[in-house]
Design a protein around this ligand. Structure first.
Ligand SMILES: NC(=O)c1ccc[n+]([C@@H]2O[C@H](COP(=O)([O-])OP(=O)(O)OC[C@H]3O[C@@H](n4cnc5c(N)ncnc54)[C@H](OP(=O)(O)O)[C@@H]3O)[C@@H](O)[C@H]2O)c1
Length: 273
């Protein structure tokens, strides 16, 4: 279902005027950008692949209306790249009223065997950049008493995961961070919504060298479906959303199980190949 069909539009929910989406070159971020554009929201697209962003921007501009689409090519691991995005987030001219912290990555493998550069990259993008951009956005939004931040976490945040220990820990940080921020801003014009997708068909697993034979082949979503759920939840100012009913069932079952049982189950699952 398209995002307009789920109640996001100019007439209902927050009237976002301009959104900055990180990781907009592909996957879930690209899908959110397309759906926001369809709802008439101007965009700032951020990622490293400038060519992909330019292509998307041309497509969105050509799709009609008076849409303004800016392209900001930046590497969120690079201090200069991150500073450029922070600068855009706090700009008073053409201010953003929605920040979508979506860029993220995760490598699969035993932690001690992982390349430390990949570990740092994961923490830099998933945690450091997300925190800094959220800080910048909330300063601006709090001063205007208006705005929203979306944090893209994962159901992997609900349990320490062998073979993706760094990734799941970064996502646990995001889910906890989002929960705290939601309460800090409750009853104000500012909202923070945390999104927990499950397995989604994107470039994510290939980039992170995941062995998909170890993972279930059912219950996957496509990026459009995740984007719709995320934007609809944000439009309703929800604190948190899990992207599908299958993942919600998994989350409820997991929350009811004793911690040692969950740990043993996920350990068995990761060793079973
Ligand atoms: N796919 C899943 O199964 C799944 C499940 C749960 C949660 N998630 C989360 O969903 C979010 C989006 O992931 P996806 O599945 O859409 O993955 P994806 O297809 O690999 O897209 C990742 C996006 O992040 C950008 N990115 C990565 N590193 C970056 C950097 N250093 N600087 C700037 N941008 C960077 C990439 O753009 P460039 O390469 O052009 O820079 C790309 O646009 C992530 O936070 C991920 O953890 C995904």
């Amino acid at each position: 279902m398209g995002v307009l069909g789920m109640g996001l539009g100019r007439s209902r929910g927050p009237r976002w005027e301009r959104a900055l989406v990180t990781g907009a070159s592909t996957g879930i971020g690209r899908a959110m950008a397309v759906q926001l554009a369809a709802a008439g929201v101007d965009l700032v697209l951020v990622a490293r692949s400038g060519d992909r962003l330019e292509e998307l921007a041309s497509e969105l501009r050509a799709s009609g209306g008076q849409l303004e689409v800016e392209v900001l090519e930046a590497d969120l691991c690079d201090p200069e790249g991150l500073a450029a995005v922070e600068k855009r987030v706090v700009a008073e001219e053409a201010p953003i009223d929605l920040l979508v912290n979506n860029a993220g990555l995760g490598y699969e493998g035993l932690f001690h065997a992982q390349d430390l550069a990949e570990v740092s990259e994961t923490i830099d993008v998933n945690v450091v950049a997300l925190v800094r951009l959220t800080h910048a956005a909330l300063r601006l939004m709090t001063a205007r008493d208006r705005g929203q931040v979306i944090l893209v976490s994962s159901i992997a945040s609900l349990q320490g995961m062998p073979m993706t220990a760094v990734y799941s820990a970064t996502k646990a940080f995001i889910t906890s961070f989002g929960e705290g921020l939601y309460e800090e801003h409750k009853c104000t014009g500012v909202t923070v919504t945390t999104v927990l997708p499950g397995l989604t068909h994107t470039e994510f697993h290939q980039r992170g060298h995941w062995d998909l034979d170890r993972w279930p082949s059912i219950g996957w979503q496509d990026a459009d479906a995740v984007a719709s759920v995320a934007l609809a939840a944000a439009a309703k100012s929800r604190p948190e959303v899990i992207s599908s009913w299958q993942n919600r069932v998994l989350a409820v079952l997991s929350s009811k199980a004793p911690r040692h049982w969950r740990r043993a189950t996920i350990g068995w699952f990761s060793r079973r190949k």
